[in-house]
Structures are given as C-alpha cells and as structure tokens.
Design a binder for this molecule. Structure first.
Ligand SMILES: [Zn+2]
Length: 143
C-alpha cells in the first residue's frame, strides 16, 4: 500500500504476544500475523460488542478504515483457527490511549478550521453541536 497508515489509538494491549494450537510446536505450523489495531478492533466489536461507529471513534479512525481493519482481523483469526496456524500479534501504527484520550473528544470544523474538544460523558454529540466559532454544521471527529 502506498500511503502511510494513520496512527490509530488502542486502549488495551493483548494479554499475549501470540496464540497457537494445543499440542503442536511452533516450528511445525504456519504463523498468521495480526496487527495490534486488528486485535483492538475485534476486542471492541466482537468482545465488547460496541457498534462499529463507536469503535471507530475509540480508535480514532474513519468508519471505512475501521470496517477494513475488523474484516481483516476476523478473516485472519478464523483462518488461523481452521488451518491450525499460530497467531502472532505484531506491527501496525498505533499508540496506547492516555488519560487525555479518555477524557476528551476532539472535533474540527470543516469550514473555518477551528478545533476544540469536549469531555467524554457529557452526552453531547459533537457533530450535532456545530462549530462554536462559525456555527457551521460541517464538523468532523478528530479523536
Ligand atoms: Zn467553524
């Protein structure tokens, strides 16, 4: 792929660096590589059962990107299980969420470029608020 991947945010690191079928050694089987972003994506939508939009927001990626990540993750995990392959968790451009990410949601205005944030848990939907500077409704979520 040509363009560099945008950094995404993950909230939890996987509990293991990899998984393998019981009763075989790693030398005997293939390994399927799963990125940290892919592991986070299936944690959010399959383990935590968030909806895709909410999960995409948490990872600070677009819906389209999230959908691609989660589909790739599911394909790899299912393939590894059914081929008897090991999973190795490795790679991808990401950072682990810090306290600031947890507390605030970031928005940007598509008209005047103003950027602002609102705390999590206020119940406000940023896109519905409009830009506090120019009142434009062309607001996008930044993180
Ligand atoms: Zn504005």
């Amino acid at each position: 792929m040509g363009r560099p991947h945008k950094e995404c945010i993950i909230r939890q690191l996987p509990p293991a660096v990899g998984y393998k079928p019981a009763g075989v050694s790693l030398g005997e089987i293939e390994e399927v590589e799963v990125s940290f972003a892919e592991m986070e994506a299936i944690r959010l939508v399959d383990a935590e059962q968030l909806d895709m939009g909410e999960a995409a927001d948490k990872m600070a990626v677009s819906r389209t990107t999230f959908f691609r990540i989660v589909n790739s993750a599911r394909h790899k995990v299912a393939t590894a299980l059914w081929q008897g392959s090991a999973l190795r968790i490795e790679g991808g451009v990401f950072r682990v969420a810090d306290h600031e990410d947890e507390r605030r949601r970031l928005f940007a205005c598509g008209v005047c470029g103003h950027r602002w944030s609102t705390p999590y848990g206020t119940g406000q939907r940023g896109r519905d608020m409009g830009c506090p500077q120019c009142r434009s409704r062309s607001v996008r979520r930044e993180g």
